[in-house]
Write a protein that binds this ligand. Structure first.
Ligand SMILES: [Zn+2]
Ligand SMILES: [Zn+2]
Length: 432
């Protein structure tokens, strides 16, 4: 027996049964994004690895261990580019914003992407895949706190319209290049005498990425984190005002939020607002986002404020299932055309009728492979079609179609049967 191919480890097919969830999330999220004035953008799956090295951070796991990057085949001059599969969505969008001069457009430029594949070479484990898909929004060129609140409000509205419950927003401000360096010094001063009792990771974080000390999950470091100086107490006046305004505007949007001084981002270009969505009393982290006013400069652009989030669609669909949220059922077959007899005339007329129905926007099916009457009626039943349309020599001779109402059949009654003129069948089906 030949060996069968399988999807690669950590990758999976999204089968038809799963698609109603995807369609529901896609349609809901796109509708809300449009409502808020966001326009769709999609960027290439492959980019110069350098943009991720610069933005995702050299020395982070994403770049060093988890990114799919490789040397492309050399061109004629023997040069080859190092390219990478997209590990996250923001860098490509900001690259496109700069490349296409979108900074010359009226600001802010508000963009979203949908079902966009992202790749990370994680260790395969339950519920984690090496390819996942995101819905994400980015607003570029504006630092007004109303944008921060709008973006969080947009995402909250998506969750509400998906029917998710117990959604909470955690909010923090991590300051800017004006006030954060001072906070980091304060944090280091606090940690320095405790360092020898910290976990190994924190010993490294202290030097490389001190904000992430607040992220540590090790039990031994939790009391240290609890008593650590809060960044909110170190914000400069403009950051303080910005943060206060974000909170007021979130109230305008009716978004319930709580302040969480431990919510941080490790990279320098992140500024001010950070947020995270959770559900079920914070048991499940759903997604997060934040402001990245320093990112465009890293990619060679002028200083450009920006804010965004990415939402993992697999994770949201998992949460919908957990909460018992089901997507709307897809439209079922309205009419199933049954061929009575196996002559070429009947078959031609069957194909013609199905074609006419579909051209008129009626969801129609037929049986293939010249099955017998009983077998076709079985298919009608399993398709849950509203009507079976019977077409045989007699109907052809009289210019009629026999219409069996399957719904009356389902109710345990004898299927009601009428004959309708062939040229009136589309109108009849549209009416009933
Ligand atoms: Zn630690
Ligand atoms: Zn500041």
């Amino acid at each position: 027996m030949p060996e069968h191919y399988k999807a690669l480890q950590g990758f999976r097919d999204i089968l038809p049964d799963e698609q109603p969830y995807w369609r529901f999330v896609e349609e809901t999220a796109a509708a809300v994004a449009h409502l808020y004035g966001y326009k769709r953008i999609e960027t290439p799956l492959l980019e110069d690895t350098a943009i991720y090295r610069r933005t995702a951070g050299e020395g982070t796991d994403i770049v060093d261990k988890e990114m799919y990057s490789f040397d492309d085949r050399p061109d004629k001059d023997g040069k080859s580019d190092n390219i990478a599969l997209r590990p996250e969505g923001t860098a490509g969008v900001v690259r496109a914003y700069l490349e296409h001069g979108m900074f010359k457009l009226p600001q802010p430029v508000k963009l979203y992407y949908m079902s966009t594949p992202m790749f990370r070479r994680d260790k395969p484990q339950a519920g984690r895949y090496r390819e996942h898909h995101q819905f994400g929004c980015e607003a570029l060129g504006e630092s007004d706190p109303a944008i921060d609140a709008e973006m969080i409000g947009l995402l909250y509205q998506v969750y509400m319209q998906l029917g998710l419950r117990h959604i909470r927003v955690h909010l923090n401000s991590i300051g800017d290049r004006n006030c954060r360096p001072q906070y980091i010094e304060t944090l280091r001063d606090y940690y320095r005498p405790l360092l020898s009792t910290c976990c190994e990771d924190c010993q490294v974080r202290f030097y490389k990425n001190p904000l992430r000390l607040l992220d540590c999950k090790e039990a031994q470091d939790q009391p240290k984190i609890e008593n650590a100086p809060k960044i909110a107490d170190s914000l400069c006046e403009p950051c303080r005002e910005h943060f206060a305004a974000v909170q007021r505007y979130l109230t305008n949007y009716g978004v319930p939020f709580s302040l969480n001084s431990l919510l941080v981002r490790g990279l320098d270009y992140y500024t001010r607002t950070v947020f995270e969505f959770t559900s079920e009393r914070d048991k499940n982290a759903l997604n997060g986002g934040g402001r990245y006013d320093g990112l465009a400069e890293i990619l060679g652009g002028q200083p450009t404020p920006g804010i965004g989030f990415g939402m993992g669609m697999e994770r949201i669909i998992l949460e919908m299932k957990r909460q018992g949220v089901t997507p709307p059922v897809e439209e079922h077959t309205h009419a199933f055309v049954v061929a009575l007899g196996k002559t070429a005339e009947v078959k031609d007329a069957t194909v013609q009728l199905v074609a006419d129905l579909r051209h008129s926007g009626i969801k129609a099916e037929m049986s293939y492979g010249d099955r017998g009457f009983k077998a076709q009626m079985k298919q009608v039943k399993s398709s849950s079609a509203d009507y079976a349309l019977l077409l045989g020599e007699d109907e052809l001779a009289q210019g009629l179609v026999t219409v069996k109402d399957q719904r009356s059949n389902e109710a345990g009654m004898e299927a009601q049967q009428v004959q309708i003129k062939r040229e009136e069948i589309v109108d009849y089906l549209k009416e009933y």
